[in-house]
Design a protein around this ligand. Structure first.
Ligand SMILES: Cc1cc2nc3c(=O)[nH]c(=O)nc-3n(C[C@H](O)[C@H](O)[C@H](O)COP(=O)(O)O)c2cc1C
Length: 160
């Protein structure tokens, strides 16, 4: 496999980061963490975060280091917030949607909102993902990644 792959993710409490690192290690590919410059800490951060996600608000993110157009596949990961992607990932997609060749998505969740989140991401990218993967935060805690290998295989086998 000589495709160039980038994993891009946002994580508030580390669950999505764990999966992003697992994907990057498995595929031996680059990884970039999106940093939301708006505080999402504490109860207030939770409440405002949920509202921002629901309203499809953008936020301010730290400038990224990697250029998505340098990669054959960009794998984008987000926690589910209010059955949607996070404002940080929406902002990243909005700024970079013209620079994606092929894309894949993953999300972590309390258990709901997976399908809607992937649809919102597809609409924001204006592109269909070649693969998707979702896992609950409680499964991540137990290191159970059902469907992970199939997700990786789809990415490895994908040809333009
Ligand atoms: C603001 C906010 C909204 C959330 N909304 C949902 C939701 O609608 N459905 C759900 O199943 N989990 C929801 N969650 C739980 C997260 O999706 C879940 O804990 C996720 O794995 C956290 O990822 P992280 O540790 O990478 O930040 C929400 C969490 C936050 C902070």
């Amino acid at each position: 496999m000589n495709k160039k792959i980038l994993v891009v993710f946002y994580s508030r409490t580390g669950t999505t980061r764990k999966i992003a690192q697992e994907i990057s290690n498995t595929l031996s590919c680059d990884i970039e963490e999106i940093v939301d410059l708006k505080s999402r800490a504490g109860i207030k951060g939770f409440m405002v975060g949920g509202k921002d996600a629901m309203r499809r608000n953008l936020t301010e993110i730290k400038p990224v280091e990697r250029t998505p157009s340098d990669y054959d596949i960009v794998i984008i990961g987000t926690p589910v917030w209010a059955s949607n992607m996070t404002p940080a990932i929406r902002t990243y997609i909005t700024y970079n949607r013209n620079k994606f060749k092929d894309i894949a998505f993953f999300c972590t969740t309390g258990g709901t909102g997976i399908e809607r989140t992937f649809i919102e991401m597809e609409v924001a990218c204006d592109k269909k993902p070649i693969a998707t993967f979702a896992v609950t935060a409680s499964q991540v805690k137990k290191n159970i990644y059902q469907g992970f290998n199939e997700f990786i295989e789809k990415i490895k086998k994908h040809d333009r």
